[in-house]
Design a binder for this molecule. Structure first.
Ligand code: ADP
Length: 291
């Protein structure tokens, strides 16, 4: 048996644990394509044993590297990738919803393919949990908890920008966990009237407010400036949580989920099946067809 593994798109905490688990299960049968679809089309394919080192198992990042590969959206590059994948009995792809489309292309070209959700954004269709989400939220909660005391000391308000690209899951979950005063998940919820109302409600009582804002909607500084203007005050500050959302030490939940995903993949391979290894509402692993 020869299994080819690759990570694609943004890296997500938990990917390493997943990689090590697959190595434990299949040892020298596992190979990897360096930095995702780029490695696949360039033929940069190596035995996983070459990069397995003790100690990296529970760290964030991915020892097999990941990247974005816009070329893979073109049929001629898919053809090259598929040609290189033909040497393998299975291709396992870990990434977000973009990577899932790449995985589907490979599958539709006759390669036994398995897709696994690995993205902090938690934006994979039909899937309730993707590797990285719990850790990203933990880092956001940490940032809020470590910023608000200083904000409160001056009776200010703070906007926290969190990741998510086009999907508001990190913003929504962070807001829930920190009991935020308002959350901007999309263009529709970028409602300045509601935000000023939420800020003033606290301000008149001498209290601070905390607002969570998803990235890619509007520049956070611009939102803060507009709010200050509308309030006629200079109390709104902003904080971009940033890359710690990807690089944070995986949570216990993360590691458990990575183990579960790996277990699901091992099971699917041992039964000779293909498809998307996803998590259902109860965080149990399910196999679904490529859409
Ligand atoms: P994520 O997988 O985290 O959502 P991206 O959306 O950036 O990240 O997608 C990662 C990679 O998946 C892209 O750089 C590209 O190589 C591949 N990909 C995305 N969309 C497609 C598509 N429609 N067809 C083939 N490959 C795709």
């Amino acid at each position: 048996m020869k299994i080819l593994l690759l990570c694609s798109g943004g890296d997500a905490p938990g990917m390493n644990r997943f990689i090590y688990d697959l190595y434990d299960a299949f040892k020298d049968e596992v190979y990897f394509a360096l930095a995702g679809f780029n490695g696949l089309i360039n033929g940069e394919i190596y035995p996983l044993g070459k990069v397995i080192k003790n100690g990296d198992r529970d760290s964030a990042g991915t020892i097999i590297k990941t990247s974005r590969c816009p070329e893979f959206k073109q049929k001629r590059y898919v053809k090259i990738g598929v040609n290189n994948a033909k040497d393998f009995d299975y291709v396992v792809i870990c990434g977000g919803n973009g990577s899932e489309r790449g995985a589907k292309e490979i599958f539709e070209n006759g390669i036994k393919t398995i897709f696994v959700p690995g993205t902090i954004d938690n934006d994979v269709n039909d899937n309730h949990y993707s590797m990285g989400f719990s850790t990203a939220v933990k880092e956001c909660v940490y940032a809020v908890k470590n910023t608000m005391p200083s904000i409160q000391a001056m009776t200010r308000s703070c906007l926290f920008e969190v990741m998510g690209r086009d999907f508001g899951a990190i913003a929504e979950e962070t807001a829930k966990q920190v009991d935020a005063d308002y959350v901007v998940q999309d263009k529709k919820t970028l409602d300045y009237e509601k935000m000023t109302k939420a800020i003033l409600k606290k301000y008149v009582k001498g209290q601070s407010s905390c607002i969570i804002v998803r990235e890619n909607i509007e520049k956070i500084e611009k939102i803060a400036n507009k709010l200050n203007k509308m309030l006629g005050l200079d109390i709104v500050r902003c904080h971009i949580v940033g890359r710690t959302q990807r690089g944070g030490t995986p949570t216990e939940e993360e590691l458990v989920m990575s183990d579960k995903f790996a277990g699901g993949v091992v099971d699917v391979i041992r039964h000779g099946r293909v498809g998307r290894v996803l998590a259902n509402k109860n965080k149990q692993i399910v196999l679904k067809k490529f859409n």
